[in-house]
Ligand binder design. Structure first.
Ligand SMILES: Nc1nc2c(c(=O)[nH]1)N[C@H]1C(S)=C(S)[C@@H](COP(=O)(O)O)O[C@H]1N2
Ligand SMILES: [Mo]
Length: 411
């Protein structure tokens, strides 16, 4: 758990006599210590490997709230394990989570009677499904936009594809009995606003009713065959893959069935919205000229080898990676070693299910010694493919699906 964010720990530090703090440090504290101050040496808060069991090479972009990204070569597994999964929090992880007492309440204008389910009921009352589902933050790749967009400077690692187990949202909504005027489903999580103001929610986004009725939109209670890790929404979360991951509400305790577009925190432009029409880089865009991001664009990642790899002359190089889309499926992945002049087909596997990423690989022979870049480009069933340069600039830096490039030295 995020310990600096825990008031109990703060009190603990405050009450701890200087002497015992010195004992923890193994030596005396020479100069006066400001009140309520935690010596840096006693702060473990910057280590997501200790707090969340993350891989040591994960990158911390922010720890208040926690935003931790993965790296292309850490995402080599077919199914992303918890330790290599990015964390994107808008607020503070709930401090007390009791799965025994956890409930999900469904309310809103488009439901006749509010209904509450216990976690146990959700797990036992409905058919259970397991799918491999991509979660990609809408801001993944933000780092490449110029002029820069404010927000977490995600490089490539705000994407994952774990195996999620849960029940279909549509089965639940049918049981709860929603009305014909239902337009949108908003989520409510148990995480706290960064200010600790109990009247504020850090984020409460949602999905149009058509997406809520998608077979692959689930209320999950397990990930990769185990309880969902704390950082990823334990004990219950919404997963609506194919949309920006911000709609996949963690620590889920409420759903609002709305008769209009949900108006929770971070639903309105400019949050998770892009200009309706292309704009020039750096332009100011009025909120009414923006639209909410829905389906995510086609994208791919070379997960092996790590960029910068050195291979011997005449050695064939096997590359591999994954490709995904908010549309139905990937139709091809190609690679180029000549900066996009010529493209060659990769071997592409079928998806485990819709919204799973698809694995690709290729064997590359380089013509002679020297520096190369391997670029990968995926195309989906709508015919759209990835741009070789950063796509349409937008004020918040969303949806960068430019081709991934890795450096290779043959020498
Ligand atoms: N309750 C809650 N749900 C949330 C968030 C949050 O801050 N609180 N962040 C959202 C965003 S912006 C993203 S990208 C994903 C990240 O999921 P992960 O941390 O499991 O990778 O969770 C989404 N669901
Ligand atoms: Mo996100």
């Amino acid at each position: 758990m995020a310990t600096t964010d825990n008031p109990n720990r703060r009190n603990f530090i405050k009450k701890t006599a200087l002497g015992s703090m010195a004992a923890l440090l193994g030596t005396k504290i020479v100069y006066a210590l400001p009140e309520n101050y935690t010596p840096v040496a006693l702060e473990q808060d910057n280590d997501p490997s200790k707090l969340f069991g993350k891989h040591k090479d994960m990158i911390v972009l922010n720890n208040k709230p926690w935003n931790v990204e993965s790296r292309a070569h850490l995402l080599d597994d077919a199914v992303t394990p918890a330790d290599k999964m990015f964390i994107r929090n808008n607020g503070l992880i709930p401090e007390k989570i009791d799965p025994e007492k956890w409930t999900l309440t469904i309310k809103g204008e488009a439901i006749t009677k509010e209904k509450t389910y216990t976690l146990q009921e959700l797990k036992t009352k409905f058919p259970v499904h397991t799918y491999q589902l991509v979660l990609e933050c809408g801001g993944n790749g933000r780092k490449e936009y110029y002029p820069p967009a404010k927000g977490n400077q995600w490089s490539l690692g705000a994407v994952s594809c774990a195996k999620w187990t849960g029940i279909r949202l549509k089965d639940l909504l049918k049981d709860a009995g929603i009305n014909d005027n239902a337009v949108y489903v908003g989520y409510h999580g148990a995480d706290k606003h960064i200010s600790r103001d109990p009247n504020k929610q850090p984020i409460s986004r949602g999905i149009p009713i058509s997406k809520a009725m998608d077979d692959y939109t689930i209320i999950a209670f397990a990930m990769n065959g185990e309880d969902i890790p704390i950082a990823h929404g334990h004990p219950l979360r919404l997963i609506a893959s194919g949309f920006p991951a911000s709609v996949s509400g963690k620590w889920l305790e409420g759903l609002s069935i709305r008769d209009k577009v949900h108006d929770g925190e971070k639903m309105a432009a400019p949050s998770y919205s892009i200009p309706k029409l292309p704009v020039e880089p750096g332009a100011e865009v009025k909120n009414e000229d923006m639209k909410i991001i829905e389906s995510m664009p086609v994208k791919s990642l070379v997960s092996y080898p790590k960029s910068g790899a050195i291979i011997k002359p005449n050695q064939a190089l096997e590359i591999r990676g994954h490709a995904w889309t908010g549309a139905e499926h990937i139709t091809k992945v190609e690679y180029s070693i000549d900066f996009g002049a010529t493209w060659h087909a990769c071997n592409l596997e079928k998806a485990a299910n819709r919204y799973s990423w698809q694995h690709f690989k290729a064997k590359i022979n380089f013509p002679q010694e020297g520096y190369y870049e391997v670029w990968a480009k995926a195309t989906d069933n709508t015919g759209l493919s990835q741009p070789m340069v950063t796509p349409g600039w937008n004020p918040k830096g969303y949806l960068n699906n430019a081709c991934h490039r890795i450096a290779i030295k043959v020498s």
